[in-house]
Every structure is written in structure tokens, then in C-alpha cells.
Design a protein around this ligand. Structure first.
Ligand code: NAP
Ligand code: ZN
Length: 352
């Protein structure tokens, strides 16, 4: 076992603090990665504070972080895809059975044996998997992604979760030129959704509760911005959308957005608020609308997304922070005060 520095939370009420954790010795298919940047996802906060206790309770201590970018420092004897010094990424998944129908269909995220990067049972060391707020990680090569060489690494890290989580449903629901697409919530996921929907050629409308984000929304690629708390502004878009992606992390009225869909329109939830959202069946009945969800994306699609970002020069807009500011970053995230993703410079962990 190798000891590595990390930041962990000891309980739902504890702040994150410096810790030392174990990583396994590399197995023959393993890649050892020195972590350079790790994005801060709202899921990290939900998990650290055990807000999803009904669905997947948190085991403590928890080391969050599933937007990992780093450099390969060692590989196992049977590794064929990567070598020392390669720039790589790791997202939310680190293992799956590779044989079930979901894995066969390149959707490892739905594998019943899927292992998330943190807070999943760890079959190697016991306990739970520990995430990217750490100096290094060891991952099976099939769950490691190639990172394009031409992109800013701090801004690449968030692509591993926020990027794929928005890219995948936009592709699945056929967002292309000529479609009117809404993005609800301009945070980490939302701002990537805007960039992708714009790059796919759609007419993009951002719904935000933050007046201070209007200019940024337009700069990021929105064609229109709606203050979602203004009923008149909302009413202007009634029945007009092909697709709406809802990235909101907290309690909100999803029916207000379903009403904005046109015939056969779809609203996909990627936001995962703590409490269930009430849905009006009438909002769906008229217009044969549908409501669905989406969870990150498979490994092959994540690679496709990274390659797309490399070709189109797309990265996340980040505020780089040292790990020592992580608790403050969580508080700012709760106030929707992130422009538009925190990315932790892991070199800061060396000071611990
Ligand atoms: P984030 O950066 O905090 O962004 C969330 C945005 O939602 C905020 O910036 C804000 O946008 C809006 N918002 C927050 N509170 C609100 C409220 N009470 N009413 C209306 N709007 C509100 O979070 P994130 O990292 O993008 O994650 C968003 C959600 O997606 C989280 O629940 C996260 O766990 C989930 N997630 C899901 C997946 C998946 O695979 N499905 C993957 C990653 C994350 P405005 O300021 O523009 O209003
Ligand atoms: Zn995430």
C-alpha cells in the first residue's frame, strides 16, 4: 500500500481537513496517476454532507473528488493504453463488471456492479473508494481517459463530470441546429451545457436565478437569458422548447419548465436535489411531453466528449483554488457563487 495525502470529511457536519489515506499497489491493469487538478462538483458537497442518505448513504471518512486530471507515474505489466508521463483523466467511475448489458452497450454508469470514484465499496482495500482530493490515485486502465494536449488542465478537470453529464443527454436527445434548448441553472454543469448546446448549433436559452450571471451566460454561448423568478419572462417561452436540461442542485418547481416544452418536448433532470420534486401530470399530458434523467456517461462517450473539447477548444471556466480553501468553496457553491467551477490545484496539498 502507498500512503498519499488527501482531504477528507470525518462526518456530515465536519469540514474537510488534511488526512493521509492508502492507495493500493498497482495491479497488472492499473495506472497510477499523480493528480494535478481536481474539479469541485456539487455532488462532492451532497456526499460530504450525506444529503443523499436515502439513496446512497455516505461512509466516513469520505474523500470527495471525481473530476481528476493528472500525469501517469507508473503502469502495471499488462497495461497497453497508457505509459509514464501521459496526461490522463478519471471521472466518476473506476470499475464495472464489463459483462452486463449496460457495459456491453458502453454505459458502464448503469452497471449494477459499477464502482464510483468515491463512496463505493472498495474490493481491493475494503472500506469505500476514496476520490480525487488527493495526491495520487490508482485506477484500472479501462476507466482512465486520454486528455487532449492542447487544453488548459485546470479547465479540463471539470469535463470529467460536469462535461460528460451535460454532453451525454444533449447528444442523446438529438440537440442540433434548429432546436430550441433550455439550460436551467448556470453553475458547473449548466455552463458546460451552454457551451455544448451552442457548439451543437442549437438556439440556447439560459434560465437563471442570478441576475449577476446574465452577461456571462451570453458570453458562454447563450442566445437568450431568462430570469426564472420573473413570471412574465417565463410566460414568453410557453410551449416553445424542444429540450430542457435541468441542472439545479436544490429544491425548485420543475413544472414551471415542463410548461415551456413544445409538443413531444423533453425535460431531462441531471441535478440531484436532496428531496423529491413534485411533478404535475397535467403539465406532461398536454403536448405528450416527457420527463427523464441522465447520469454522467459511459467511458467511450466520455472519451468522445474530451476529443470533441480538444477539437473545439472547449474547457470549463474555472476559479483555481488551493485545497486549503475547499470549505469556503463549498459555502460559495451553496450561494450559487461559482464562476463557474472551482478547480483545486493539487500542488497545494504538498504544503500539508
Ligand atoms: P452548482 O455549480 O452548484 O450549480 C447549481 C446551479 O443551480 C446554481 O449555480 C444555480 O444557478 C442553480 N440553483 C441553485 N440553487 C437553486 C435554487 N434554490 N433554485 C433555483 N436554482 C438554483 O452545481 P453543479 O456541480 O453544477 O451540480 C448541479 C446538480 O447536478 C447537483 O445536484 C449535482 O449533484 C448534480 N450532478 C448530477 C450528475 C449526474 O450524473 N446526473 C453529475 C454531476 C452533478 P443560477 O445561479 O443560474 O440560478
Ligand atoms: Zn460530479
Amino acid at each position: 500500500m502507498n500512503k498519499t495525502k488527501a482531504y477528507s470529511a470525518a462526518s456530515a457536519k465536519s469540514p474537510l481537513a488534511s488526512d493521509t489515506i492508502n492507495r493500493r499497489e498497482i495491479l497488472e491493469k492499473d495506472v497510477q496517476i499523480e493528480i494535478l487538478f481536481c474539479g469541485v462538483c456539487h455532488s462532492d458537497l451532497h456526499t460530504a454532507r450525506n444529503e443523499w442518505s436515502d439513496i446512497m448513504a455516505t461512509t466516513y471518512p469520505v474523500v470527495p473528488g471525481h473530476e481528476i486530471v493528472g500525469k501517469v507515474t507508473a503502469v502495471g505489466s499488462a497495461v497497453t493504453k497508457y505509459g509514464q508521463g501521459d496526461l490522463v483523466g478519471v471521472g466518476c467511475l473506476v470499475d464495472s463488471d464489463q459483462t452486463c448489458p449496460s457495459c456491453e452497450a458502453n454505459m458502464e454508469q448503469f452497471c449494477p456492479e459499477g464502482v464510483f470514484t468515491y463512496n463505493s465499496p472498495d474490493k481491493h482495500l475494503g472500506g469505500v473508494t476514496l476520490g480525487g482530493y488527493s495526491e495520487s490515485i490508482v485506477v484500472d486502465e479501462n476507466f482512465v481517459l486520454k486528455v487532449p494536449e492542447n487544453l488548459d488542465l485546470a479547465g479540463v478537470a471539470p469535463l470529467l463530470c460536469a462535461g460528460i453529464t451535460t454532453y451525454s443527454p444533449l447528444r442523446h436527445w438529438g440537440v442540433t441546429k434548429g432546436k430550441k434548448v433550455g439550460i436551467v441553472g448556470l453553475g458547473g454543469l449548466g455552463h458546460m451545457g451552454v457551451k455544448f448546446a451552442n457548439a451543437f448549433g442549437a438556439h440556447v436559452v439560459v434560465f437563471t436565478t442570478s441576475d449577476s450571471k446574465v452577461e456571462d451566460a451570453l458570453r458562454l454561448g447563450a442566445h437568450e437569458v431568462v430570469n426564472s423568478r420573473n413570471a412574465e419572462e417565463m410566460a414568453k417561452h410557453m410551449g416553445s422548447f424542444d429540450f430542457i436540461l435541468d441542472t439545479v442542485s436544490a429544491d425548485h418547481d420543475v413544472n414551471a419548465y415542463i410548461q415551456l416544452l413544445g409538443l413531444d418536448g423533453n425535460l431531462t433532470l441531471v441535478g440531484a436535489p436532496e428531496k423529491p420534486l413534485p411533478v404535475s401530470s397535467f403539465a406532461l399530458l398536454f403536448g405528450r411531453k416527457s420527463l427523464s434523467g441522465s447520469l454522467i456517461g459511459g467511458i467511450a462517450e466520455t472519451q468522445e466528449m474530451l476529443d470533441f473539447c480538444g477539437e473545439h477548444g472547449i474547457t470549463s471556466d474555472v476559479e483555481v483554488i488551493p485545497i486549503q480553501q475547499i470549505n469556503e468553496a463549498y459555502e460559495r457553491m451553496l450561494k450559487s457563487d461559482v464562476k463557474y467551477r472551482f478547480s483545486i490545484d493539487m500542488a497545494s496539498l504538498k504544503n500539508e
